[in-house]
Design a protein around this ligand. Structure first.
Ligand code: ADE
Length: 228
């Protein structure tokens, strides 16, 4: 089985590469793909660069060029739900694009004609993630993740995303990976550890906790791979 494992930033995949140690590097589409042969599984690991467009390119490449049959995304997110604290893990049940706005034509926020506001993640992969969390005694929350091409560092904007999409966390790639995988019929899972609260302190908090939170998420993904 071939599994794509992606992050947006190098810090989000570094702990995974350090764990597997040996990999082949294939350069494609202005990016590097790290190929690991792990017993009977082939892992295709990459960071996309930040944002929906780069994440889409990487997800498509993992599927169409490298034959990934599942995609796991590992990284950090800003918390919307007040129960989510720095380092907490959240797996997306469904994802939306909070920055899509063609409301001028009478559509709801986040809606593109012939698309959907919310895309559901794969229930089987979420179930495996829940089993891993109970086996390891690590708390794993689930909820709605909202994605947009903006780093949110503003409480009013965060409230707006919360009210419009009932989102629990926000980041900049998940929903685009969801659109790609939904279109190509590839099961996917988006896992994030909290790095900040998307408020006025978000950029400082992000810089402080990016590495540690990314590691929390990456280590969970490594445990998940063993169950696939
Ligand atoms: N990823 C982590 N924190 C974020 C934030 N505040 N806004 C967007 N993406 C993020």
């Amino acid at each position: 089985m071939t599994i794509g494992i992606m992050g947006a930033m190098v810090e989000e995949i570094e702990p995974i590469l350090e764990y597997y140690k040996e990999y082949e590097i294939v350069e494609y589409a202005s990016n590097k793909f790290f190929i690991v042969q792990n017993e009977d599984k082939k892992l295709v690991i990459a960071y996309s660069k930040i944002g929906k467009v780069f994440a889409s390119i990487t997800a498509v490449t993992m599927i169409e060029k490298f034959g990934s049959e599942k995609i796991l995304f590992s990284g950090v997110a800003g918390a919307i739900n007040e129960q989510l604290k720095i380092g907490d893990l959240i797996v997306a049940t469904k994802l939306c694009q909070h920055d899509v706005d063609i409301t001028a034509f009478g559509h709801p926020f986040g809606y593109i004609p012939e698309g959907k506001v919310f895309i559901e993640a794969d229930k089987g992969l979420i179930e495996i993630a829940k089993n891993v969390s109970s086996d390891l005694n690590i708390e794993l929350k689930d909820g709605v993740i909202a994605t947009g091409d903006q780093f949110i560092a503003d409480s009013a904007k965060k409230e707006w995303i919360k009210n419009n999409f009932h989102a629990d966390a926000l980041e900049m790639e998940g929903a685009s990976v969801a659109v790609v995988c939904d279109s190509l019929n590839i099961p996917f899972l988006i896992l994030r550890a909290i790095s900040d609260s998307a408020d006025m302190d978000a950029s400082f908090s992000f810089d402080e906790f990016l590495k540690t939170s990314a590691k929390v998420s990456a280590e969970f993904i490594i445990s998940m791979v063993k169950k696939l």
